[in-house]
Structures are given as structure tokens and as C-alpha cells.
Design a protein around this ligand. Structure first.
Ligand SMILES: [Zn+2]
Ligand SMILES: [Zn+2]
Length: 122
């Protein structure tokens, strides 16, 4: 029984190539993952020359970026996974900032009290 390697084949939901894992919420290949990431980063605007009806397959997936990107969205790819990471970072930053603010607030409270006290003693 040596069929485990064949059973492990998972097709990319965008182009049907061998998926390398779960990317942007969808099982996809390295090519489509990279393509989707680049599209998001550069906020590319693609155009289709064939009425947006191209078949996106492994062999021709580079032919029409518009349809490939459309397919990425259609199968459920989303940058939310990435946004989540960014949100977490933002949240951490916010927490840090809050703590910092408390420290600054305490410090300024302390210093104003200190100053008013020193004014009193004058
Ligand atoms: Zn793919
Ligand atoms: Zn197209």
C-alpha cells in the first residue's frame, strides 16, 4: 500500500495545479498565492481582452491576469487573513500606546503636583 502520496494531492482551486497549502483562505498553489499577493500589494488593475470569460487553468493561468484574479476572488481568496495579522499588530500597538500614555500621564501628574508643591513652599 503506497498510495498515500497520491491521496495527498490537493488541487489549487484557482488553476488546478498542485496546491502547496492554504493561502488567503483557499487551497492554492505557490503561483496563485504569489499572484494574489502581488495583485493586492500593487492594487493592480487588470483588463481582460476576451470578455472576462477566460478559463483559468494551470497551462494558461498567466495568459489573462484579469480572469485569474477574478477566479481568485470567486473561489474565496481574501486578504482578510493578512488584515487579521495587521489588525493584531495594530491592537498590540494600541495596547502599548495606552500603557505609554498612562506612564506619560502619571509622569505629568507627578511633575505638576511636584511643581505646585514646590510653588507652595516658596
Ligand atoms: Zn494555482
Ligand atoms: Zn480573461
Amino acid at each position: 500500500m503506497t498510495s498515500s502520496s497520491q491521496q495527498a494531492f490537493v488541487a489549487c482551486r484557482v488553476c488546478g495545479d498542485k496546491a502547496s497549502g492554504y493561502h488567503y483562505g483557499v487551497t492554492s498553489c505557490e503561483g496563485c498565492k504569489g499572484f494574489f499577493r502581488r495583485s493586492m500589494q500593487k492594487q493592480m488593475e487588470y483588463r481582460c481582452l476576451r470578455d472576462a470569460k477566460c478559463q483559468v487553468m494551470r497551462l494558461n493561468r498567466n495568459r489573462c491576469q484579469y480572469c485569474r484574479f477574478k477566479k481568485c476572488i470567486a473561489v474565496g481568496m481574501s486578504r482578510d487573513c493578512e488584515l487579521l495579522k495587521i489588525n493584531n499588530l495594530f491592537y498590540l500597538f494600541l495596547l502599548l500606546f495606552k500603557k505609554l500614555k498612562i506612564i506619560i500621564y502619571d509622569y505629568s501628574n507627578y511633575s505638576t503636583n511636584h511643581i505646585s508643591e514646590s510653588i507652595k513652599t516658596l
